[in-house]
Design a protein around this ligand. Structure first.
Ligand code: IYR
Length: 227
């Protein structure tokens, strides 16, 4: 075992010690802000500076991950031709999904959301972010080691990313055309990477319809047990 160097938290100077009342105020303020996040499917074409989205992706890249291998890759797509290609490929899969590939139970669960095989937002929104989960990699660029807790790690990074984009004032749709393997080809990613999720990012249409079904969230007492 080699000796590895450690730096103390106080040397880093990153931890901010907050009194309980301040912690509570901040926790509640975060809750109030995240409560205002809604999945929308209607975007306007207004441009969003690339810097804004890149800063959010940088935040996602600070997520914890198995053995700190950071097993993710973010493809940021703003090119109209590329967005069109992705839309056409996604709609092809979605036609099969809604046309019989999905089970009756699944389609019934989706019914209140009013989704269908048409995905115009994949072209309208200024940015798409395709997140890939890397089966192999390592903690430095160019490594080829096994990665660990890949789905957990990438899921956490996507959570950070969605929260960061919302915090920046952007709308985000989590889109999962099924299967998503066409993204490897369109975005030139290796077979060792699995498309994890496709985020649609931009400004929402003012009158974007939000299904009432999506507004009902389980109350705290139903999602938490205290021991
Ligand atoms: N991928 C399809 C279906 C879909 C599936 C789930 I689970 C959703 O929460 C929403 C949609 C689509 O994007 O329409």
């Amino acid at each position: 075992m080699t000796k590895h160097k450690f730096t103390t938290l106080s040397e880093l100077g990153d931890y901010i010690d907050r009194a309980d009342d301040e912690a509570l105020a901040r926790a509640r303020a975060f809750f109030e802000d995240i409560k205002r996040r809604h999945t929308v499917r209607d975007f306007i074409a207004d441009p969003v500076p690339r810097d804004v989205v890149e800063a959010c992706i940088a935040a996602a890249g600070r997520a914890p991950s198995g053995a700190n291998h950071q097993p993710w890759h973010f493809c940021l797509i703003g090119d109209a031709k590329k967005k069109r290609e992705i839309r056409l490929a996604a709609e092809k899969e979605e036609r099969a999904f809604y046309g019989g590939r999905a089970s009756g139970e699944w389609l019934e669960a989706l019914d209140p959301l009013g989704t269908d095989d048409k995905k115009p937002f994949l072209e309208t929104a200024p940015w798409l972010i395709a997140i890939f989960a890397q089966r192999r990699g390592g903690f430095e660029k160019g490594m080829d080691k096994k990665n660990y807790y890949i789905n957990e790690s990438v899921g956490i990074a996507c959570g950070f990313l969605i929260a960061a984009l919302h915090h920046a004032g952007l709308a985000v749709l989590t889109h999962t055309p099924k299967p998503m393997s066409f993204l490897n080809k369109k975005l030139d990613r290796p077979a060792t990477e699995k498309p994890f999720i496709l985020l649609v990012v931009g400004r929402p249409a003012k009158d974007a319809p939000i299904p009432d079904h999506a507004l009902i969230k389980k109350p705290l007492e139903d999602i938490m047990t205290v021991f």
